[in-house]
Ligand binder design. Structure first.
Ligand SMILES: Nc1ncnc2c1ncn2[C@@H]1O[C@H](COP(=O)(O)OP(=O)(O)O)[C@@H](O)[C@H]1O
Ligand SMILES: [Mg+2]
Length: 495
């Protein structure tokens, strides 16, 4: 077949690429990804208001680039999404350096040092628009700055500089105070996105912003004694395993003060920061949200679930399946994993609601005297085990009646306990979220009333008939008034 090469118009394409929708924080985080991938131990970010003509500089002490390496780095789409990448390479599309930077500024300059040689190149949006060609600029001299001095003192490293910042919703056009307020938000975002690097849970990396160390923010508040860590679930997908760990954070009453509570909520606050935390190579991509999962309707962020936070730890190779976007701020799980993730999250949300509702007290309220204990006991642990209480009055009464055949009952109970369809129940509960509780159909009442009446009549008569009926019926969901009347009628009891 004959071919014709159609070369994209540099000017139009470059201007479109500028509009991918980065915020200053996601753009800077993308540069820090590159620094981390280059083995940097320290990254310094400087955002200078500069009387309204703001300048951003990101300097790292990573392995740097030589001339040829820098040319490749400045190429749009250099090493794309299908290239083989090292385990700790946080890059993906071969675009970040260019698109993140040029979304915020009209000139990007990169100066890099390897073996004490220095290489420098710049993309200038206006120069490309004017020439209509993909011509990068080779700067004759670099603008002096303290960061450049530092770079020249390192053996290797890279300095990325943004000049002529012009992004709408970015760092341009702001008054001094507004600018530095935005800088503070950016610091909070970086402390969240890179918390595992800052805290040394991944390879330790220090990040400073305008001279101040960026502090790690742990979404799971693992140091807090009242944080509940639910068992980690290994999930297999695409021949690899990743882990999902649900956490339920403490009730507000368990925090020392309001300031601690607010800080633990994180950037954007408790409501916003509930749900899944998706990590790729230990870098946080998705800080909360329910990933479009849920029952018949997708879960939304709601007040009662705000203490639920779930860590998903992806290896970098799995990102294609998770539909990570260029800005690395969105991810969607593969369809096949949705039921499993929904089940895990459903359980976490449920537990979070419990903690939310019980106002931080450890135990549920004590039962009143004379009330029947639950017949089911949860034995907890990773493989959830549910047992039937052997000293439950109903169980005792039946065992008694069976006499020497009581081992049959024991056999049945043990069999039931070992076959509780836990996973199935998870799924059903998760899927029916928001659906009304099942109601007792009128047709079911007579048979159930006969069964309950015979249990009540065998129970020890320490309590009145009515109390005994209440004790049993209490455990049934839905409106039980009609059932109660039917049981009492069977027992010949007039209310
Ligand atoms: N700070 C840095 N230090 C060393 N190399 C870098 C740095 N930033 C970018 N690079 C090089 O430039 C390449 C392109 O970067 P980028 O456009 O962000 O795409 P990606 O990170 O997806 O590969 C990187 O793969 C890396 O080789
Ligand atoms: Mg990158």
């Amino acid at each position: 077949m004959r071919r014709i090469e159609i070369i994209p118009g540099a000017s139009a394409l470059l201007q479109s690429l500028r509009g991918l929708g980065y915020s200053p924080e996601t753009a800077i985080a993308d540069l820090i990804d590159n620094s981390i991938a280059a083995g940097a131990a320290a990254v310094t970010v400087d955002l200078d208001w500069n009387e309204g003509d703001s300048i951003a500089r990101v300097l790292d002490d990573g392995r740097g680039m030589d001339d040829a390496g820098l040319v490749k780095a400045m190429c749009f789409g250099g090493e794309g999404p299908t290239g083989v990448r090292a385990q700790d390479d946080l890059g993906r599309f071969g675009l970040g350096l260019k698109t993140a930077s040029l979304s915020q500024c009209r000139r990007l300059t990169v100066a890099s040092r390897q073996n004490c040689e220095i290489a420098a190149l710049a993309w200038d949006v206006d120069a490309v628009i004017e020439s209509g060609r993909w011509d990068a600029l080779i700067p004759d001299r670099l603008t002096p700055s303290p960061q450049l001095d530092l770079l020249l003192r390192h053996e290797s490293g890279t300095l990325v500089q943004w000049d002529r910042m012009d992004a709408i919703g970015g760092l341009s056009g702001l008054e001094r105070d507004a600018f530095y307020l935005r800088v503070r938000d950016i610091g909070a975002h970086l402390g969240m996105a890179f918390h595992r690097f800052l805290a040394g849970d991944a390879r330790r990396v220090s990040i400073t912003l305008n001279g101040r160390a960026v502090k790690a923010w742990d979404p799971f508040q693992r140091h807090h004694p009242a944080t509940i860590t639910m068992p980690s679930e290994p999930v297999r997908h695409g021949g690899r395993t990743f882990t999902v760990t649900p956490y339920v954070l403490p009730h507000r009453d368990r925090f020392a003060n309001d300031a601690e509570w607010e800080a633990s909520g994180g950037p954007g606050g408790w409501g916003e920061r509930q749900g899944f935390y998706v990590y790729r190579g230990k870098r946080l991509l998705v800080p909360g949200g329910w990933l479009g999962l849920g029952g018949t309707r997708a879960w939304t962020r709601d007040e009662a679930s705000r203490l639920a936070r779930i860590a998903v730890d992806l290896p970098t190779e799995l990102d294609a399946d998770w539909r990570i976007d260029v800005r690395k701020s969105q991810a969607r799980p593969p369809g096949r994993l949705r039921p499993r993730l929904t089940a895990i999250a459903g359980l976490c949300r449920e537990k979070a609601r419990e903690v939310f509702a019980w106002r931080g007290s450890r135990a549920k309220p004590q039962r009143r005297q004379g009330e029947l204990e639950d017949i089911w006991i949860s034995a907890g642990s990773a493989a959830a085990r549910y047992r039937i209480r052997r000293n439950h009055p109903v169980v005792e009464v039946i065992a008694e009646a069976l006499g020497t055949h009581r081992t049959l009952l024991e056999g049945l109970l043990a069999f039931l306990e070992r076959t509780v369809p836990v996973e199935r129940i998870w799924l059903d509960v998760a899927e029916s979220e928001g659906a009304p509780a099942p109601v007792l159909a009128d047709a079911e009442i007579p048979a159930l009333a006969t069964q309950l009446a015979s249990l009540v009549s065998t129970m020890a008569p320490t309590d009145s008939v009515e109390v005994r009926v209440d004790q049993l019926i209490r455990h049934l969901p839905g409106d039980t008034a009609a059932l109660k009347r039917a049981v009492l009628a069977q027992l010949g009891h007039q209310p």
